[in-house]
Structure formats: C-alpha cells, structure tokens
Design a binder for this molecule. Structure first.
Ligand code: NAI
Ligand code: MG
Length: 336
C-alpha cells in the first residue's frame, strides 16, 4: 500500500529544497504519495491562519510529514509554527544527528554526535509570554515536568541502545536553574540507572559548548532541554560543515515531522543556491521511521558521495552548483 506523506513547502528557500527532496524521493521509487499543505508566511499571504486547521488535519491523517523551514513573523501574537506543530502533535523528541562527511571542509573529521532535544516544554513552550503595558518589563515562564523529562530521556537512552552507542551526556544548568534544570537532571539520574550498559555523563551547558568546540570526539549522544538543544545542535552542525548538512526529526509516539535544522535563509532565498542536503537527510530519517531502511541508506550514500566529491555542491560548501544541479547529480548517483 501507498504511504502518504504530508509535504509543507515552507517559506524562503523552503519550496526549492522541498521540491528537490521530493524529486529525490520519487527517484527512490518506494511507494510514497504526497499531500501538500501550507503554513507560515505562505499561509498568511493567502489570508489563512499561520497554521491553518486543514494543515493540522492533513498532518494528523498521515504518519509522517516533510516540512520546509518556516519564517515566524516577528511581532505580537505569533507563536512559532514549529512550536505549535510540536505541541499539537505531541512530538516530544527532536533528534538531530551531526555526522561528518568525508571530503567536506570542516574543523574536524569523524564527528558523530546525536543530539536529542526536548521538544515541547521549557522556555520555548511559550508559557506566560508577556510584556508589560509600558513595554518596560517582559516575562516568560519555563515549565519542566517529570513525566515529559522521563519520556524524553528514556527515548534518548533507547535510541543510544538501538544504535549501539556507548554514552549519553545529559546537558543541564542545574547549578543555576535549580528547579527546572535540576528536575531534568534528577530524572536523568534515575533513568540512567535502568541502562547500565550505557555510560551516563553529566555536563553543564556552558562547559558543554566549549568541550564541543575543543574536543567533539568525546561526545556520543547528548540529551538536553529545549533551548540548550536548539543552540547546541546548531553548534554541532557547524562542526561538520554547516547548517546545509544538518537534518532533524520531530518524533512522538505515532508520528514524525522531518525537516532541516536550519531556517528559511532569507539572505539566499530566491537565488536557487540553497543546499537541499539537510532536508534530504531529514527525508532519509523519515524513510527509516517508515522502515524503508534500504532506501534510506541508498539516499544517504548518494548524498555522501556527491557532497564528499565536492564538484557539484552548492556555494555554502564552497561549490558553484545550483540546488537543481546538485539534485540532478544525486539522482544520477541513485540510478547507478
Ligand atoms: P537560517 O538557518 O535560516 O540561516 C542561517 C544562515 O545559514 C544563513 O546565512 C543562511 O543563508 C544559511 N543557510 C541556512 N540553510 C541553508 C541551506 N540549506 N543552504 C545554504 N545556506 C543555508 O537562520 P535565520 O536567518 O536565523 O532564520 C531565518 C528564519 O527562519 C527566521 O524567521 C526563523 O524564525 C526561521 N527558522 C525556522 C526554522 C524551521 O522552520 N525549522 C528553524 C530556524 C529558523
Ligand atoms: Mg534552531
């Protein structure tokens, strides 16, 4: 039977990299069918809500969605589309692998770090956002629960075990944020006891940022709260060649929304030069999620070959190819 994928083209470079990724998925010929839906600026421009109900219904119907980056309009009253989707569909874990590709110019070789970021709580959940009437005082609440922390940290340990990884580093700031980060750390300590085959490590977030830059090879799996995970996963992307190579998966109990870590890149939008690799790697994570593992592996291999060879890559990786030329080359590799 066909598997239906909800496709959200997104804003800025979104439509270009989403089209490119759909072309590559078609070339894999693995029985996917697509339902298109819109959100973000694209939806506002059509006079619809930032996240239209039809879009929510469509994502709700299908097991997976592939999402382009979405511009969150700056200003009052707009909650981030991503935060909305993650909460609405209870996509509690954000899985962000950073894996070196041989041949890519970057600070280090052989980096392989999996960040598991808490995706629906904490300072990003948007609880209690308020600015006083005179504009002089702003407020934002952070809520962390034992239940969510446990589910997320278990998810990270389960992933570590399934992937044969050796160590989970819990990143926190429990020394200062004693209540929220302290609770997260406390849960991590008790979950870690259930996994005595995996090394448990604790690290304060500022030290972690420094250690990642100085010695990334000491890391294996990182599990952390929402804001820290957002920042550290961009850092990890920077270690392996930039945001053009970093995919992310938002997963819950029975659904996944797959994307790139990066945003809509307004500075290069419309120029046809965006690197679609991050989203294509996100699509490979989606194929794995659908148990289409051999197709996922074929796609990753083709991407690693074309990106690693380096002569058909986009400008962010030092090349001169357009999004389309790069994609053509990936499809050629898939056909070989
Ligand atoms: P960004 O990730 O869009 O761009 C940061 C830098 O990386 C820019 O120089 C950009 O050109 C470059 N870059 C990003 N993706 C690239 C790609 N595929 N190929 C080549 N270069 C790439 O971050 P920024 O500028 O802070 O945010 C722009 C907008 O995106 C904002 O409205 C923000 O809210 C939104 N955003 C959306 C996300 C999502 O939908 N998942 C995630 C992050 C930001
Ligand atoms: Mg981010």
């Amino acid at each position: 039977a066909e598997t239906r994928v909800t496709i959200i083209p997104g804003d800025g470079i979104g439509p270009d990299i989403v089209d490119a990724t759909v072309r590559v998925l078609d070339a894999l010929d693995c029985g996917l069918a697509y339902d298109y839906a819109i959100a973000g600026q694209t939806a506002l421009d059509k006079g619809l809500d930032l996240v239209p109900q039809e879009t929510l219904d469509m994502i709700g119907k299908n097991p997976v969605a592939l999402k382009g980056p979405i511009t969150t309009p700056v200003g009052k009253g707009f909650r981030s589309v991503n935060v909305t989707l993650r909460k609405y569909f209870d996509l509690f874990a954000n899985v962000r692998p950073a894996l070196s590709i041989p041949g890519v110019r970057s600070r280090y070789d052989n980096v392989d770090i999996l960040t598991v970021r808490e995706n629906i709580e904490g300072i990003y959940s948007g609880e209690g956002q308020m600015v006083s009437e005179d504009g002089e005082r702003a407020e934002l609440r952070s809520v962390i629960t034992r239940k969510e922390s446990r589910r997320l940290i278990r998810f990270a340990y389960e992933a570590a075990r399934r992937l044969g990884r050796k160590k989970v580093t819990v990143v926190h700031k429990a020394n200062i944020m004693k209540s929220t980060s302290g609770l997260f750390l406390d849960v991590a300590r008790s979950v870690a006891k259930e996994y005595d085959d995996i090394e448990h490590e604790e690290m304060i977030v500022d030290n972690c940022a420094m250690q990642l830059v100085m010695n990334p090879h000491r890391f294996d799996v990182i599990v952390t709260t929402n804001l820290f995970g957002d920042i550290l996963s961009d850092l990890c992307a920077g270690l392996v060649g930039g945001l053009g190579l970093a995919p992310g998966a938002n997963v819950g109990e029975d659904k996944g929304i797959f994307e790139a870590v990066h945003g809509s890149a307004p500075d290069i939008a419309g120029k046809g030069v965006a690197n679609p690799t991050a989203l294509m790697l996100g699509a490979a994570m989606m194929l794995d999620y659908l148990d289409l593992n051999s197709e996922a592996e074929r796609l990753r291999n083709a991407l690693r070959t074309v990106v690693g060879e380096g002569d058909k890559v986009t400008p962010d990786l030092g090349g001169r190819s357009s999004t389309t030329e790069f994609t053509d080359e990936v499809i050629r590799k898939l056909a070989q």
